[in-house]
Structures are given as structure tokens and as C-alpha cells.
Design a protein around this ligand. Structure first.
Ligand SMILES: Nc1ncnc2c1ncn2[C@@H]1O[C@H](COP(=O)(O)OP(=O)(O)OP(=O)(O)O)[C@@H](O)[C@H]1O
Length: 919
């Protein structure tokens, strides 16, 4: 191979080596030939003398390498004089004199020096590769490319093509020399090779781009000129050299760089072949025959044998040892023992001291441990680059001094282009809140009207209320109506792990708002940052949150009255907010949005019902549904309407009908039907009598909420049955109403007592409700004469009760009295109506669900007048009859499997039966 030292060089005279070394210019090969010519005058063709102090210790390594250089130079000098190298190798000479082996007079192998002589200098100290060097490099490049992804492989191929075309930098040449020298490929060497290739690939790519731009020029000058045109430019522009932007290098490039380096290194290692031999084999077959060039002790336990390949080739042409990367190795116990054995062997073989085999020592690490040792460094580099990239790219286009752009606000901005489409008409049922907030709209639209009268404009408003009541919707509608930019963010977005990010984001948000005046800022869930500072101090507080809150306070103070920035904030917990936030001049207005009333719900249903396909009368439908949904928020109603449409679609209906809405509401109120939960008949009977007890109480007590439905189909979590009473919107309750309600709640257990020998655990939730109601009557509502007109708040955090032991005992007694009165009231009724309870329970057992019409059929009309609104929608069966053109017959849908436990029953409402139009 082209870059290998000739083994015969080892026989070059030492004085020649010395003078050659003196003459060799340190870094330039260009002067090489002429120098060699000068030296050749003092050459001896052959010398057996060698420096006697040649050592086997570690220093021999460096000595050997300098000797090689010297040898190389002198051999080159010889060839330049026309002298033929080819004397026997050191150590082999002795053998040859004693054996029949003959040494061919010439060495066909090409030496590095001969290559050097052929090298032609190119621009910038680049050296053109000889065909042999090209071949050497090409073999490796092929191997590398086969392991890389396509695009990367192309880069490497391009780099190689450029190197072939335009020569190589001295660094690569010296690396190739080292490799040829048999030096093992180290990771740093691999990295250097990859770096050089990368640079070439980059240059070629840049050149490609440049040449695209100036293709006409490129064509004139040819590819070589094109490639080097950049270098020329660089030279011309030395005063202002182009900056190497390492940090703009993509992560992928860096990773590629690292990975291909490691790959190359691994490849070069795996390329090496070796064969383990014993000391005896080494001594008999190699050492005694003079085939050993040098020995390398690796990690003090393995010896690598470098043979004179030419000599081996001549003696054994088929031996694998003639291959460039083949080595014999053998294991040693200790270096001392090995050295002793080697000395003895050499003495026995008669090798003179000055020609003894040089031994060097080296340390090698395994590929895996090397990779592992580099991994943390690579990860650190990758992380640093990633941080820098975030710093430059993530900051959102410069101008932001905060580290890595983290202090930038995350608020979403809705501008004129992405205008908020919500208008006040989309917010139903919150008339008072709308009224309040409309003032902000007028201010943003026509500030002059207010300023003329000397009125100061409110800076902001806090919208508070339970979840889903339309606070965000109202803020959006304000922006939509006023047609100004709208910044929407959440309080939690200001909280980060890094100190100082929160205040910085607040500053940025307000700075952006000021740039976009007039505008609205909406901070949802402001309690995440606006919690009262005094309350926080219990348990250490949170400095970052306080700093963020302070920044908001400062920013809101910083507006002047002409700044048309309105700050709206939403919260579910107005009670925990810091008083400083609520003071006039900041959030001047406090707008409470409660759950919608009956008419509010009706309005919200009227907003959502037209969006779905139904033939029902929208006015009647929204009225009936709003009566069915006390306590529902706007979000619940929107969800309910959507759920009804989904149920209709699931059942294959073409339109959404009343039954779908009722199912959707029931699902929201009571949870999912659990048809798979099969009760045993005895349990089912208990459930039926329990629910019948509730139903009878709800029917016959004057102040009970109107009964709508009784069911023994299990639903939700743990409910085996339920009686659905629809509470009317009521804002006050008197003692009679409360007693009736408690008696009705106890109806289940009382019914069990009256109809079974024993009772079950099913009434525990009823007792919980009753106890809480009775306790509230005693401790809060002043409904117990014994306790009097006192209010005791239940606060779980307080360790001591705010009343005496005696009061405590009296409270217990009073609660007990009230509950037992309710029990007696219930027992009286159910004993009197025992037959009716049985009637309802048996009907329930056969039908599972009874509605109001069934109750009227079984019990007659309710003896008490129902609430008017309720009567209007539920007095008789009011659901719209099926349209006349659609004769519907239940057809089981084959795509919906029947429930596992219960067979489909067309009489059972809610059974999975699909109504389809008959074709
Ligand atoms: N008054 C209303 N009119 C019409 N739709 C409403 C109304 N209130 C709530 N909604 C519906 O409920 C959805 C959720 O409402 P929104 O996000 O405004 O509630 P919120 O009060 O901000 O809730 P949270 O306190 O959980 O943030 C809205 O998108 C809308 O569809």
C-alpha cells in the first residue's frame, strides 16, 4: 500500500538518519526533495551500526517515530539519487545471513517519501494527492459512506471529490501518513478527519450556492476556480475575515459531526484484524526467522507484533500477515516477565544488542468505554448549543433583553385580522354583567365622551363566578364589540421555575399592550398570581408570585388616564384576591357572574338549540329544558345540547328529539347508565322499595320538589337507583320546606324498614344530607330555639370549636331532635301509603323507569299544586309527537351490540334500540 513505510528502511545508516533529521524542514514537504539531494552526498548505502542505547521503555516510542521519519527522509534521498533500496530489514539481516532466504533487490512498494516527491503544491499549502493516496482514501470513504444516512453520505462524497480535485491540507496528509505508519486510529484522529471532510463539504456547498448565483462567472473560470474563489476572496478580505458562526451550526450538524467521528473511529478499529498466537509460536515462527519489525505492548497485557510484511510476503505469499492491517498478538502476564523472556530469546537467537527488536508501550480503551466517556461532553455541548439557539431564535426576534426569551409574554393576541368573532348577543343570560362591561366598550370606542365630562375611565374589572359561567366569553365579547386588539393569557402562565420570569412577562405584556392601544388585556384565573399576600405568608409564601403581583400592581398604576388599555381578569375565587388588586384605580369594577337563573338558562338554550337539527318547537324546548336544569352553568348547557346531538347521532336518528335531550341531562346529572351492573333479584327489590319510598314522599309532601322520574337502573358512581326531583329556583327555604325535604330524603330507609325484615347500607348518603341540613338549621339558620340566634361557621382548619362543651352537646341534641321529627313525619306517611309504595315498587321492578305520567296513572293527580313554570312544561306529556311523515319503528342497529346483561327491551326507555325511518 502506498503510505506504508518500506521495511527495508530500517537498515538505513544511523548517521544518514541524523543528518536527514537535521535537514528536514519541520512542516513543509515542499522542500523535501532538494534537501534529500543535498544529503545524499554523505550517504552510506548500508550500515549495521545502530545506536546502542536503543531502549525498550516508553521513550522508545518517540524515538522510533523520529527514527522512522529519518529513515523516510534518507530513503527518499536514495530514491532521488537513483539508488535502489532493498537491503534486509533490521533483525532479518542476521537471519538472512544464516538462512536461504533471499531478499529481492528492489522494493515495489511505494514509500511515503516517494509520494511526497510526487506531491504538487497547490493554493494555500494544499497538496495534490497521488493516485495511490487517492485510492487509500477512497477505500475508507466508501466504507464510511456505507454507514451514513444518504444526505450525509453525499456530503462526505462531495468532500472527497473536492479533495481529489483540489488537493488536501497538510493536516490530512499527515493523518494519512500516521495511519499508514500503523498508528491505531484514535478518536481524536477520527474527529479531525471528519472535521476536515465537513469543512470541505461545507466549502463545496457554499461554493455551489455561490456558483448558482454567479454561474456565468463560474463557467468562465471552471470548477476549480469556483471552488477556490472563496479562498481568494478571503485572502483579499483579510482585514475583515468572515466570522465562523459556530452557534448557528444546527444541532443536527453537530450531532452528525460527533457521530460520524465516532463511526469512523469504530470502523477503523474494526478494520484491524488480528490473530492470537502463543509466545512459543511467536518465538519459533516470527522472532527466530527475523520477521519481527517491532513490538507494541498494549495495556501492559497484550503484545502486538509488527512484522516485516515484505519479508513475510516473500517467505509466505499466502500468509494473512502480508495484509496491511493484520497483526499477530499474544498475551503476557507482566511486562517485566515479558521483557526478560524477550531478552533471553534474543540472546539465544544471537541477535546483537544494537539490533534488538524495539518495544513500545501504549494504552488503548475499548470502543464502548470511549463512547461512554465522551457522552457527557457531547451532551453538554448539545445542551449549550440548544440554549444558545433558544437565546438567539426563541427570543422572538431580538430586542428582548430577557434570557432566552423566557421573559416574553405568552399572551395570545387577537388583532383586527384575527378578530374576536364573539359578540354580546352570544353571551346569553348575564344581562347585568353585560350592562356593566358595556361601559368599557363605549370607553374604548369613544373615549372623548367620558373625558369631556372629566370622568376617569375605569382601569379594569374582575369577573368572578363559578366555573363555566361565561367570564372568558364575556371578556371576548367585549373585545369583539369594541373591535380592539385583545391579549388573552392565564395567570398560571406567569409562573415559571426561574426567578424573575413572572414580573418580566408582566412587563412585556403591558409594554405590548401600550404599543397597541386601544386594547384589552384579559388575565384568566388571576387568583394564580393575585392571591392575598397576607394569606400566603402562612407556610413560607411565594416570593416569585408576590413579585409578579407587585409588578401587575405597578403596571396598572403606570397607566395614565388617557392610556386606552382595559384590564379584565377572571377568577373563581374572588375571596382570596389581594385587596390591593381590588382597590379603585386598579380593578375598579367587580362583576359577579352567577349561575344562570331559569330565564337565563332559557336564553342560553335559545343560543345553542338553533345550532342543532331538531324539529321541536325551540321556545317550548328551551323552556322545558331550562326547568330541567337548575344549577347548570352556561358551559353545562352548551355541553348538554351537544351531548343530545351526539346521542341522536349514535342512535342513528336524523333529528334530535326531546328524549335525546332528556337522556343528555340525565347523564350530566346522574352519571352514565351502567346497564352492565346486574343486581341480584333480592337487591333489586330492596332498591325498588327504597326508591318507591322517596317517590311517594315526593308525591305526597306539600313542599317536596316536583318528582320527574324514578329509576332503578344503576348510574354514575355507586348509585343503584334514583328518584329525580326537579328543584325549582328557590332563594329562601322555610322550616316546613326543609322538614319536608328531609322527610323525603329519609323515605328510602323508612320504606326498607316497613317492607323488609332488616335494613341495608344503601341509605348512608341520605343520612349525610339530612345531618348536614339539620346541623345548618341549628348552627346557621337560627331554627332551633334551644341554641338561639347564633351562627357557627364550620372551618376544618380551626382546631378548636367556637362554642362551649355544653353548646356542643345542645347542638347534638337539637340536630338529633330535628332528624327524628323528620323521620317520624316520613314514617307516618309511608305507613299510611304502604300499599302505594308496593304498587310503585312492583311497577319499577317490571319497567325499571317510571316517569311522571306513570305516577299519575298509578297514584292519581298529585294532591298539591305544582310550581306554575313546572306545570307549564310537565303538567302532561309535552314532548312533541313524532312528525307524521316519519313512521318510526324500532329496529335494532346491528352495529351497536346489545348490552351484556340485559336483553334489549323496547318498552324500557334508554334500552339500546335505534329508531330508523322505514324505507
Ligand atoms: N352566558 C353564556 N352564554 C352562552 N354561552 C355560554 C355562557 N356561559 C358559558 N357559555 C359556554 O360555556 C363555555 C365556557 O365558558 P367560559 O370559558 O367563558 O367560562 P368561564 O367562566 O371563563 O370558566 P372558568 O372560570 O372555568 O374559566 C363558553 O365557551 C360557552 O360555550
Amino acid at each position: 500500500m502506498i503510505l506504508r513505510y518500506s521495511p527495508l528502511l530500517s537498515r538505513t545508516a544511523p548517521n544518514l538518519l541524523a543528518s536527514a533529521a537535521k535537514c528536514k524542514p519541520p512542516h513543509s514537504q515542499r522542500f523535501f526533495p532538494s534537501c534529500s539531494v543535498k544529503l545524499s552526498l554523505g550517504l552510506r548505502s548500508y550500515a549495521t551500526k545502530r545506536p546502542s542505547n536503543e531502549s525498550k521503555d516508553e521513550t522508545s516510542k518517540s524515538k522510533n517515530s523520529s527514527q522512522k521519519d529519518e529513515i523516510a527522509h534518507s530513503e527518499s534521498a536514495k530514491s532521488s539519487l537513483g539508488e535502489k533500496p532493498g537491503k534486509p530489514a533490521r533483525g532479518v539481516e542476521y537471519l538472512y545471513t544464516n538462512s536461504n532466504l533471499s531478499i529481492p533487490p528492489t522494493n515495489k512498494k511505494v514509500t511515503l517519501e516517494s509520494l511526497g516527491a510526487n506531491m504538487t503544491s497547490t493554493i494555500d499549502g494544499f497538496t495534490k494527492l497521488t493516485p495511490e493516496q487517492e485510492q487509500f482514501l477512497e477505500n475508507r470513504v466508501r466504507m464510511i459512506i456505507s454507514t451514513l444516512p444518504k444526505s450525509l453520505g453525499e456530503d462526505v462524497a462531495r468532500a472527497f471529490a473536492e479533495i481529489k480535485k483540489h488537493g488536501s491540507p497538510p493536516e490530512l496528509i499527515s493523518l494519512l501518513k500516521d495511519l499508514q505508519d500503523g498508528k491505531p486510529m484514535s478518536l481524536s484522529m477520527a474527529a479531525r478527519i471528519v472535521r476536515i471532510s465537513n469543512e470541505f463539504a461545507r466549502k463545496a456547498a457554499e461554493n455551489g450556492t455561490a456558483s448558482d448565483k454567479s454561474s456565468s462567472q463560474g463557467k468562465k473560470d471552471g470548477p476549480s476556480a469556483r471552488f477556490f474563489s472563496q479562498d481568494k476572496n478571503k485572502k483579499e478580505d483579510k482585514s475583515n475575515p468572515p466570522k465562523r458562526d459556530w452557534f448557528s451550526m444546527s444541532l443536527e450538524n453537530l450531532a452528525t459531526f460527533a457521530v460520524s467521528g465516532v463511526l469512523l473511529w469504530l470502523l477503523s478499529r474494526s478494520e484491524e484484524q488480528s490473530k492470537d498466537i502463543t509466545w512459543q509460536e511467536f518465538r519459533a515462527s516470527l522472532l527466530s526467522k527475523g520477521l519481527v519489525e517491532k513490538l507494541q505492548v498494549i495495556n501492559n497485557n497484550r503484545v502486538k507484533v509488527y512484522v516485516h510484511r515484505d519479508a513475510v510476503e516473500r517467505a509466505h505469499p499466502d500468509s494473512p500477515a502480508i495484509k496491511e492491517n493484520f497483526f499477530y498478538t499474544f498475551t503476557i502476564g507482566s511486562t517485566e516477565g515479558f521483557e526478560r523472556k524477550l531478552d533471553e530469546a534474543q540472546q539465544e537467537l544471537g541477535i546483537p544488542n544494537n539490533e534488538q527488536i524495539p518495544v513500545s508501550y501504549t494504552t488503548e480503551t475499548s470502543a464502548i468505554s470511549a463512547i461512554l466517556s465522551f457522552t457527557p461532553t457531547l451532551l453538554m455541548i448539545a445542551f449549550t448549543v440548544w440554549l444558545w439557539r433558544r437565546a438567539s431564535g426563541g427570543a422572538g426576534g431580538g430586542g428582548n433583553s430577557s434570557i432566552f426569551g423566557m421573559g416574553k409574554t405568552r399572551a395570545k393576541k387577537y388583532s383586527h385580522e384575527t378578530a374576536v368573532q364573539v359578540k354580546f348577543k352570544d353571551v346569553a343570560g348575564a344581562d347585568e354583567a353585560k350592562q356593566e362591561i358595556m361601559e368599557f366598550v363605549s370607553f374604548l370606542k369613544d373615549p372623548g365622551r367620558f373625558e369631556k365630562l372629566g370622568a376617569k375611565i375605569p382601569r379594569g374589572a374582575i369577573l368572578s363566578g363559578p366555573p363555566g359561567t361565561g367570564k372568558t366569553l364575556l371578556a371576548k365579547a367585549t373585545a369583539g364589540e369594541s373591535g380592539v386588539p385583545f391579549f388573552s393569557c392565564s395567570g398560571s402562565e406567569f409562573i415559571e421555575v426561574f426567578v424573575g420570569i413572572g414580573p418580566s412577562r408582566v412587563r412585556d405584556l403591558f409594554a405590548q399592550a401600550r404599543k397597541n392601544t386601544p386594547c384589552i388585556i384579559f388575565i384568566d384565573e388571576i387568583d394564580a398570581i393575585g392571591k392575598s399576600r397576607s394569606k400566603q405568608s402562612f407556610g413560607g409564601g411565594n416570593d416569585e408570585r408576590e413579585a409578579t403581583l407587585n409588578q401587575i400592581l405597578t403596571e396598572m398604576d403606570g397607566f395614565n388616564t388617557t392610556d386606552q388599555v382595559v384590564v379584565l381578569a377572571g377568577t373563581n375565587r374572588p375571596d382570596v384576591l389581594d385587596p390591593a388588586l381590588m382597590r379603585p384605580g386598579r380593578f375598579d369594577r367587580h362583576i359577579a357572574i352567577d349561575r344562570p337563573t331559569l330565564s337565563g338558562r332559557k336564553q342560553i338554550f335559545s343560543v345553542y338549540l338553533p345550532k342543532i337539527r331538531t324539529d321541536e318547537d325551540i321556545d317550548f324546548l328551551s323552556g322545558r329544558l331550562s326547568s330541567l336544569t337548575p344549577g347548570f352553568s352556561g358551559a353545562d348547557i352548551a355541553n348538554c345540547v351537544n351531548e343530545a346531538a351526539l346521542i341522536a347521532a349514535r342512535l342513528g336518528a336524523t333529528k334530535v328529539v326531546m328524549n335525546h335531550f332528556e337522556q343528555a341531562i340525565e347523564r350530566t346529572v346522574a352519571g352514565l347508565e351502567k346497564k352492565s351492573l346486574v343486581l341480584d333479584p333480592e337487591e333489586k327489590k330492596v332498591v325498588a322499595y327504597h326508591e318507591a319510598g322517596h317517590a311517594i314522599c315526593g308525591w305526597f309532601f306539600k313542599h317536596a320538589d316536583p318528582l320527574l322520574k324514578v329509576s332503578i337502573i344503576p348510574r354514575g358512581q355507586g348509585a343503584l337507583g334514583y328518584a329525580m326531583n326537579v328543584p325549582v329556583d328557590r332563594y329562601l327555604m322555610n322550616v316546613n320546606q326543609m322538614m319536608d325535604r328531609m322527610a323525603m330524603i329519609l323515605g328510602g330507609r323508612v320504606s326498607e324498614e316497613l317492607h323488609f325484615e332488616t335494613v341495608t347500607s344503601g341509605a348512608s348518603d341520605d343520612f349525610n344530607k339530612v345531618t348536614r341540613m339539620a346541623t345548618a338549621m341549628v348552627t346557621k339558620y337560627g331554627m332551633s330555639q334551644k341554641i338561639g340566634y347564633l351562627f357557627y361557621e364550620d372551618d376544618d382548619n380551626k382546631l378548636h370549636k367556637p362554642f362551649s362543651e355544653e353548646t356542643s352537646r345542645n347542638i347534638d341534641l337539637e340536630v338529633r331532635r330535628i332528624v327524628s321529627e323528620a323521620y317520624d313525619q316520613c314514617k307516618r306517611l309511608l305507613t299510611e301509603k304502604k300499599k302505594e309504595v308496593g304498587l310503585i315498587a312492583e311497577e319499577l321492578l317490571s319497567k325499571e323507569v317510571l316517569d311522571r305520567d306513570d305516577m299519575i296513572r298509578l297514584l292519581g293527580k298529585r294532591p298539591w299544586q305544582d310550581n306554575k313554570e313546572f306545570d307549564k312544561y310537565f303538567g302532561a306529556r309535552k314532548s312533541a309527537p313524532p312528525p307524521p311523515d316519519e313512521t318510526i319503528t324500532p329496529i335494532p342497529d346491528p352495529s351497536i351490540p346489545p348490552p351484556p346483561s340485559l336483553p334489549p327491551n323496547p318498552d324500557t326507555p334508554g334500552a339500546p334500540v335505534v329508531y330508523r325511518k322505514l324505507e
